[in-house]
Ligand binder design. Structure first.
Ligand SMILES: *[C@@H]1O[C@H](CO)[C@@H](O)[C@H](O)[C@H]1NC(C)=O
Ligand SMILES: *[C@@H]1O[C@H](CO)[C@@H](O)[C@H](O)[C@H]1NC(C)=O
Ligand SMILES: *[C@@H]1O[C@H](CO)[C@@H](O)[C@H](O)[C@H]1NC(C)=O
Ligand SMILES: *[C@@H]1O[C@H](CO)[C@@H](O)[C@H](O)[C@H]1NC(C)=O
Length: 339
């Protein structure tokens, strides 16, 4: 009699439970993630699930902070291919060893990996979604930290894997409502001495810090020195990458390349329930890469920002443009050097 009662109870409660959001801690062969579920890290710092930015109704698979009250997405899987209104998605592991986001319109995103044997996926407390082999050796098959979106979390790397040639870089969202890759990217230039480069489009350098001199970025004392985080450039046979760690691990801080092309470091202030901007790059117009061109010098106090370094000897290359605030031509000598 008692058994029958439990059986009946199960029948009644199971379908009801599925309607409400369920938290799961692992994706495996037996367990997948639907639109109503979230995957939560063990200390409940991060959460993975579906979110709808803005008013479009489009839905994306992403990772956000679990602990803070303002939903702040730090990683997105299907950036270019949202689930449209009415279609539902499922994140599951597909043999052999691929993490796949499926919808009624087909595959929306895939880790494109393979593995022999079973795999599981977990979200760790750093905010890293990790798929690994499900055996005694938990070999990593794929991890979201290797594929940043617009945010660098503590412990992530921005640089290049020298074995595979793969680059980890940040790319801005198109707008605050559209996580598709926007105009700006942030990367570590690993040709020669590593330097930190913010680009607009494929070629236009907007801001640069460096080169790295082994201790810090030369020419910039404010990029890293502070009491929130420590940073480092990992340089060895397998990688060249910028990385940072929090001095106090209870502090919530992120580095984000926002859609207007500014790199912002912010810290979560619980009492004020908002993100406090700590520093932004470029800090001002004079921080823009090569703003005054060759032999030019920049001032944030003068209205005419750029002037030639040595005015008795140098003049603007393009004097008309110079007056109209196009300083890109830089300066040239009044009289050419006698060689
Ligand atoms: C998710 O929940 C909604 C309503 O709460 C329900 O209509 C939908 O079928 C659920 N989806 C899945 C995959 O369980
Ligand atoms: C997986 O492969 C498809 C097809 O080649 C590609 O479009 C997609 O960007 C790849 N996904 C990832 C996460 O690299
Ligand atoms: C290079 O540095 C990374 C990060 O510290 C480390 O995981 C890796 O094992 C190092 N590789 C070598 C060859 O030392
Ligand atoms: C670390 O940060 C937490 C939260 O802001 C704070 O309560 C704590 O006092 C800090 N610890 C240290 C050693 O500064």
């Amino acid at each position: 009699m008692e058994r029958v009662a439990i059986f009946v109870l199960l029948l009644v409660t199971l379908p009801i439970q599925k309607i409400y959001t369920a938290e799961i801690d692992i994706i495996s062969d037996l367990q997948f993630l639907t639109e109503n579920d979230t995957l939560v890290s063990s200390a409940r710092t991060f959460e993975l699930g579906f979110f709808k930015p803005g008013s479009s109704g489009n839905s994306y698979l992403g990772i956000w902070y679990k602990k803070i009250s303002v939903k702040t997405v730090v990683w997105v899987a299907n950036r270019d291919l949202p689930l449209s209104v009415g279609s539902s998605g499922v994140l599951k592991i597909v043999h052999p060893g691929s993490l796949v986001l499926m919808s009624n319109n087909g595959i929306m995103w895939s880790s494109n990996t393979t593995s022999s044997g079973n795999a599981i996926a977990k979200l760790d407390d750093m905010g890293n979604l990790v798929m690994m082999t499900d055996g005694d050796n938990k070999n990593i098959i794929w991890q979201s930290f290797d594929y940043p979106t617009d945010t660098l979390l503590p412990g992530m790397k921005l640089g290049r894997d020298l074995l595979t040639g793969r680059e980890q870089r940040l790319s801005s969202w198109k707008s605050s409502e559209d996580p598709a890759p926007g105009e700006f990217t942030d990367s570590t230039d690993t040709h020669g001495y590593p330097q930190y480069v913010l680009k607009q489009g494929a070629d236009k350098i907007k801001f640069r810090v460096g080169p790295w001199n082994g201790m810090g970025f030369s020419g910039d004392s404010t990029f890293g020195r502070n009491n929130i985080f420590t940073y480092n450039m990992v340089i060895n046979e397998t990688m060249v990458a910028y990385t940072y760690d929090l001095i106090n691990s209870s502090v919530v801080s992120r580095l984000t390349l926002i859609s207007s092309g500014e790199l912002q470091r912010s810290v979560w202030v619980e009492d004020a329930t908002n993100w406090q901007l700590v520093v932004r790059f470029p800090r001002d117009i004079c921080d823009l890469y090569n703003i005054c061109g060759a032999y030019g010098s920049c001032s944030t106090v003068k209205t005419q920002r750029c002037s030639c370094l040595d005015e008795p000897k140098f003049v603007p290359r393009n004097s008309k443009g110079w007056e109209d605030a196009d300083w890109s031509g830089g300066c040239m000598r009044r009289t050419s050097l006698e060689l």
